[in-house]
Write a protein that binds this ligand. Sequence first.
Ligand code: ZN
Ligand code: ZN
Length: 157
Amino acid sequence: MPEGKRGPTEPPSVAAKLAQAQAIVEAQGGRLTTLRREVLRLILAAETPIGAYDLLARLRESHGNAAPPTVYRALDFLLVSGLIHRITRLSAFMACIGHEPGHAAQFLICRDCGEVVEIAAPAVTAALKSAASQRGFTIAGATIEAEGVCAACAARA
Ligand SMILES: [Zn+2]
Ligand SMILES: [Zn+2]
């Protein structure tokens, strides 16, 4: 299932995803504190991947005194826990709940509407691994971000 397709309003699945995230974190021996949970909720509720500054602005609506380091620490925790991805091309974050932490990820980024969809293309990962190993290179992580036009925007054009 591609992750990351979200409508403009908060879908009812946000609560379910938060519960799932809580279970994942607890299974890892961690704790989804109120703040971490709120940051994750904001990421889940965002229409498209959201940057740290926008997160901070939205977080301040509920946590008026939230400082940037607080947000960065929460983001680090969520990244390490495997609950979110960082989309480097956009300097933004999106949720990925229920996949193993550190999994190889590919993203399709729409230039027009900004929608980002995570896809699973194991053949891409395998080909990359094989090409790297021919150079004696061991891949620790590989995130592929592809830019283009989504089906909805292509249909509108
Ligand atoms: Zn993922
Ligand atoms: Zn689009």
